[in-house]
Design a protein around this ligand. Structure first.
Ligand SMILES: *Cc1c(COP(=O)(O)O)cnc(C)c1O
Length: 380
């Protein structure tokens, strides 16, 4: 079955009633037949809930994985995966990893004896040079935030496996509609469902998907023990949102391409970061491993100042100035003063996050309105 069909029919009708929309099982516990016997395998919602299970099965199927775990946020999903580590283990991560992932590795897991190295994974050789027998995870995001760097999943999976490490890919920026890391050799996929998966700016959620049964058993134990699970309503909202994922991603890609092309020709714009532009460093890898270039576009201004970026961001009418990404509506943000505010300017500059850098999450509106909005905001 093709992806677009699979996604629309992702959830089977409710077994008990035939309801075509999975019911929201808003319950903490379940009446049991006897102290050691449940009616349908459910005893307590932290351990299992039918609505959450439907969401877990759905996202796992979309990523081409056997096991899925729905978590309270993307960071809760990341935390579950990191809890597979032991003191003495090392993580080799992409250097411009999501800020929350950088923070949890360097200020929380470091206290438990987990060390982290951050390398430029856009050149796969840097990964081969960084990994060692201590490396348990190679942690990748591709494209990265906010400069949309691309790394070769297949090549890096082989390098991780060569030292007995696992490759974890945070697939938030593309979603399984455009990239399926497990099919490219990754071992674990992590998601912030807050973004494209749910897609409507109304859910905070996360997922972990994998194929290995022994590892899935460990994750199931951690998921239930730590308790950062996705609530029934949020599981339902994610299922509700994900049915249109394919369609949304097509439109995000189409609009982002036109926006990037417009920006690339604009006299006030300095650099444009978009994997779909032939000038992008790893455009060919993006073409090879992605089903589309995604909906994220970043750009800097020739007037490379925080003031110039602020002027643009307070002038748009359609683009909403907000954190987050992947929603149906277009969003704009300023990494230097928002997501990367706590990153020292030297560090920020080193990974390309200039003072004027603006990140656009291009929505599914009519692209003419989006371009007109950008054009007017750049005039100011
Ligand atoms: C947002 C985001 C996260 C964290 O997800 P939350 O749902 O906000 O906890 C992790 N990785 C990436 C790439 C993200 O964009």
């Amino acid at each position: 079955m093709k992806f677009q069909t699979k996604i629309v029919h992702i959830t089977p009708a409710d077994e008990l009633t035939g309801a075509i929309s999975t019911p929201i099982y808003q319950t903490s516990s379940y009446q049991q037949l006897s102290p050691d016997n449940t009616k349908a395998g459910f005893a307590y919602t932290r351990t299992a809930n039918p609505t959450r299970k439907a969401a877990e099965d759905a996202i796992a199927a979309l990523e081409g994985g056997r096991f899925g775990f729905a978590c309270a946020s993307g960071m809760a999903a990341t935390d579950c995966v990191l809890k597979l580590l032991n003191a003495g283990d090392e993580v080799v991560s992409v250097n411009d990893v999501y800020g929350g992932t950088y923070r949890i590795l360097t200020t929380v897991y470091n206290r438990f004896g987990v060390t982290s190295k951050f390398v430029d994974t856009t050149d796969a050789q840097n990964v081969a040079d960084a990994v060692s027998a201590k490396t348990r995870f190679v942690w990748l995001e591709t494209p990265t935030n906010p400069t949309l760097k691309i790394s070769d999943i297949q090549a890096i999976a082989a390098m991780a496996h060569a030292v007995g490490a696992l490759l974890v890919v945070d697939n938030t920026f593309l979603s399984p509609a455009l990239q399926r890391p497990l099919e490219l050799g990754a071992d674990i996929v992590v998601h912030s469902a807050t973004k494209y998966l749910s897609g409507h700016g109304d859910v905070l959620g996360g997922f972990v998907v994998l194929n290995d049964e022994a590892l899935a058993e460990q994750l199931k134990y951690i998921h239930n023990t730590s308790g950062g699970v996705l609530a029934p309503l949020d599981s339902w909202l994610t299922l509700r949102g994900v049915r249109t994922l394919s369609l949304r991603m097509q439109k995000h890609c189409e609009n982002a391409t036109k926006v990037a092309e417009f920006l690339a020709k604009h006299p006030k714009v300095d650099k444009v970061y978009f994997p779909g532009l032939p000038t992008h460093k790893n455009h060919d890898i993006a073409k090879k491993q992605q089903g589309g270039f995604g909906g994220m576009v970043s750009f800097s201004l020739k007037d490379d100042t925080i003031a110039a970026a602020t002027k643009f961001l307070t002038s748009t009418q359609v683009f909403i100035l907000a954190e987050s990404l992947g929603d149906v509506f277009s969003l704009a943000s300023h990494p230097a003063t928002m997501t990367h505010k706590s990153t020292p300017p030297e560090v920020r500059h080193a990974t390309g996050t200039q003072d004027s850098l603006i990140r656009l999450s291009v929505g599914i509106e009519d692209v003419d309105d989006l371009i007109e909005d950008i054009e007017k905001a750049l005039l100011n």
